[in-house]
Design a protein around this ligand. Structure first.
Ligand code: CMP
Length: 139
């Protein structure tokens, strides 16, 4: 069993896609073991995306991520990290395969509806960024 963090980004919340995103993950056999709504400050968005701080898009990405509410969730299942990334599709919706969330709904590489952890270390950091032990189902 593996855990990963996904976030419905401000554009996904704005387009009423919370349920659609959760449905796609659950339909693939993933369990939602923690979920909440959050609205990040600029500092909190910068902390979450600290690995990207040298990238040219860091300022724009972190401004976007605190532009409205988001829905972070922890998902659990076999190969959860890879499954979530397959369901999301490529970062740039132009490159995303048919039937993926980003192909179906995303407007751009920045406004790309959903985030998913890219490895086990980042998943552990990202889950801990949003959820403490009492907020995660232990069943
Ligand atoms: P995400 O999976 O949340 O991880 C980092 C985010 O940075 C990524 O999705 C994109 O939304 C964003 N991103 C990646 N590359 C670029 C880029 N070239 N321009 C703007 N945003 C980008």
């Amino acid at each position: 069993m593996e855990k990963t963090l996904s976030i419905v980004k401000p554009d996904g919340v704005n387009k009423n896609l919370i349920g659609e995103v959760v449905k796609r993950f659950e339909s693939a056999g993933l369990k939602v073991i923690a979920i909440k709504m959050a609205h990040l400050t600029k500092k909190q968005a910068e902390g979450f995306y600290a690995v990207h701080k040298e990238r040219p898009f860091f300022g724009s990405l972190t401004t976007f991520m605190c532009s409205g509410p988001i829905v972070p969730m922890t998902l659990e299942g076999k190969d959860a990290i890879r499954k979530v990334r397959d369901i999301m599709g490529a970062t740039n919706p132009k490159d995303a395969k048919a039937g993926t969330i980003r192909k179906d709904f995303a407007d751009s590489i920045e406004s790309n509806i959903v985030h998913g952890s890219d490895g086990t270390d980042t998943a552990a950091f990202e889950i801990g960024y949003f959820f403490n032990a009492t907020e995660i189902s232990r069943r």
